[in-house]
Design a protein around this ligand. Structure first.
Ligand SMILES: *Cc1c(COP(=O)(O)O)cnc(C)c1O
Length: 359
């Protein structure tokens, strides 16, 4: 068996050592004679896994007891609706910063539930930068300010945390756990698991407890964070196997030395790849250097007629899923936590060889 290098934007690569543990546990979890996915979510075993996952996530991110950690389903896209349903009162507005395709989806969904103010947008730059903070037009009566710290499709990342009077709500799907953050800066952090946490099917919400209890009357119980918090995320059956894998990923991150150590590796990976792109006339990245994503690196070839050849040959070389998002074109290398430095080195070597042959 040869494992290939996987640059998929999501569901994304998982650490090989985690997959090996999952393989070994598959038929018989810790000598119980059955798989973890065949056990009741009320069993001591599954409840224990959930508790370990929560504890590890709290340690990794530095989440205090002022926050509830929720393990939910439905992906980040479901939280696009859950956020206004839990926080947006009748006489309030919700401020949103529009920095790309995921911001736009969050905005469109929130508009169904109340007044949305797009306080700043970088659409006029084709989402290649982040609008400067001093130009943001925030509402006086904002229930919250929502932003997307890493735009997975455009490859644009915030390296600063917006300040505002209203609670900060953030879709961290493609940057969570890639580097340390200060959780206390946020009212709500949410993320789908399939980029940096585990397999698809699990969604994480970290919410300041004082923001619970504000949900709209019509908010479904399944979207109500307070209901989830009061039931330890077991109001209904949680995605037990995804939770188990996430717990293994958290343990893997702790073994690496936590998020500061992970961040060093991620910065090195991204710097190398951007340097290779910038050092060549053949490849280009359109993003403002001040906000280039550490996780998702889009790049174009000098001649897009070569895109198909590049993709076919890279796949042949064991470098998978480099095709850019349909809305941007070109290529995109997603270099999440589980994509090793060796994968980035192999990609750069391939790119240089391809340029020599075709440039
Ligand atoms: C992948 C992604 C989403 C969509 O997540 P789902 O879990 O598929 O709903 C939303 N926001 C960002 C920033 C993403 O990267």
């Amino acid at each position: 068996m040869t494992r290939k290098y996987n640059f998929c934007a999501g569901p994304a690569a998982l650490p090989e050592s985690v997959l090996e543990i999952a393989r070994d546990d598959m038929l018989d979890w810790h000598g119980r004679g059955l798989s973890i996915m065949e056990m009741s979510h009320r069993s001591a075993e599954v409840v224990g896994v959930a508790e370990q996952a929560e504890q590890a996530l709290r340690e990794l991110l530095g989440v205090s007891d002022d926050y509830a950690v929720l393990f939910l389903q439905g992906g980040a896209s479901t939280q696009f609706a859950a956020v206004p349903l839990n926080l947006l009162g009748a006489n309030q507005a919700a401020d949103y910063i529009n920095t790309g395709q995921w911001s736009k989806k969050a905005i469109a969904e929130a508009r169904r539930f109340g007044t949305v103010n797009v306080a700043a947008t970088s659409e006029d730059t084709n989402f290649s930068t982040i609008p400067a903070r001093d130009g943001w037009q925030l509402s006086d009566n904002a229930a919250y300010l929502h932003y997307t710290p890493n735009e997975t499709i455009g490859g644009v990342e915030f390296f600063w945390t917006p300040e505002a009077d209203a609670p900060l709500v953030t879709d961290m799907s493609s940057t969570i756990l890639s580097r340390p953050i200060n959780v206390d800066d946020y009212g709500v952090i949410y993320a789908g698991a399939q980029k940096n946490i585990g397999p698809a099917g699990l969604t994480i919400v970290i919410v300041r407890r004082e923001l619970l209890g504000r949900a709209h009357d019509l908010c479904p119980a399944m979207l109500n964070w307070q209901v989830a918090a009061e039931n330890d995320s077991m109001y209904n059956t949680p995605p037990t196997f995804a939770l188990y894998l996430a717990q293994l990923v958290f343990a893997w991150l702790q073994g690496l030395g936590g998020l500061a150590a992970m961040a060093d590796i991620n910065r090195r990976k991204a710097q190398k790849l951007y340097a290779a792109i910038d050092g060549s006339d053949f490849y280009a990245n359109p993003v403002d250097p001040a906000c280039r994503s550490l996780m998702n690196v889009p790049f174009t070839l000098a001649d897009d007629a070569l895109d198909k050849v590049f993709l076919a040959e890279s796949e042949e070389a064991g470098l998978l899923n480099l095709k850019g998002h349909r809305s941007v074109g070109g290529m995109r290398a997603s270099i999440y936590n589980a994509v090793g430095e060796d994968a980035v080195d192999a990609l750069i070597a391939f790119m240089q060889d391809f340029e020599q042959r075709n440039g």
